[in-house]
Ligand binder design. Sequence first.
Ligand code: SF4
Length: 402
Amino acid sequence: MAELLSPGGNLEKIKFAIHYGADAVYCALKKFGLRSQAGNLTKDDYIEALSFVHENNKKLYLTLNAYLFDEDFNQLFEIVDFLNEYPPDGVIVSDLGVLNVISKNTDIPVHVSTQANITNSYAANMLKNFNVKRIVLARELTLNDIKKFKKNTDIELEVFVHGAMCMSYSGRCFISAYLTGRSANRGDCTQSCRWKYAVVEHKRPDMPIDVEEHPEGTFIFNSYDMCALPILPQLIENGVSSLKIEGRMKSLYYVSVVTSVYRDALNTLEEGGNFKSNMPYYLKELGKVSHRPYSFGFYLGQPKQHIKSSGYVKNCDFCGVVSGFSNGYAKIQTRGKIEHGEYEIVSTNLKIKKVFIDALFDYEGNVKKYGNPNEFVYIKVPREVEKLSLLRKCSEGNSREL
Ligand code: SF4
């Protein structure tokens, strides 16, 4: 079965991704990993993450996929020394200079990033000569393209299955750099493609003209998010060996829930269970993380743009993490406000149960009216709940038996 690869924006998210079923995580150090706005890892965090992942018999891939300038290479050589001491299971690169340095100075398997836009097997086979073990395919390929690609190469293929898309070629885009000076190719994208645009006539700069594509506005560059869950069997059949969830900047809640859904789907496929009949449940659950409307990306053809709005759909608020259970009470580390009312507790294996909170307590047993973010509160629960379960408040339920 294909590997499930989840984003590890920081040490805590890495631990949750593994807990909720990822086979591997990808993460970055503070330099050269794209996503400079994600927490990323200090060297100490990285060492801890690596040993945590390996203790759980999972894999960790390090992203070094920014495009570098000559002046960056002294720092890259320092990172190479560090990685030789603490080797990850793969390094993800885009820049040919970085590829050359990593493959000549380490024995770490090299993966070529989607940012390098590999769209054909000829490029992949050429990269094999540089010890490249895996290609993260450009996101613009269809299912058929992938099938043809795999017939011509024995290199491992990784594809994105879930998360945000770019309107440009797999993130090689200059809108953000042009408008704000923050470059997507250096991991600092401001998502300028999602902004609302108007036309300005050269001599009347203070008279912007709305391009009325839709009453809500004009979002001509705004991509749908990708959700390839329903076509996982076809992707696997076509020879893909790693399924990647986008989102190193997404929340711990997002990473845990999306990982959990894909884990359950892959287990169902592996065990010959009824993948199709589970689909409505899976999709409803994926609707409970913050996202833009979903599409299949390019897998089934042109995805077009989502022109109505660039806002997120958000049906649930993440309220806290279960950090312990004793005598019928769950200890919650709060991440949002908690009040009286109906909530859901999400645990591993997509176990979701409803709880009604009618009282909150502090650690001395004093009644509290509500819990504020970043404190500990205790709630009564009908039966034992797993540590690291997630507490959320939703506008619509999706619980099934616990
Ligand atoms: S501005 Fe949009 S299309 Fe460009 S890199 Fe950022 S997210 Fe992708």
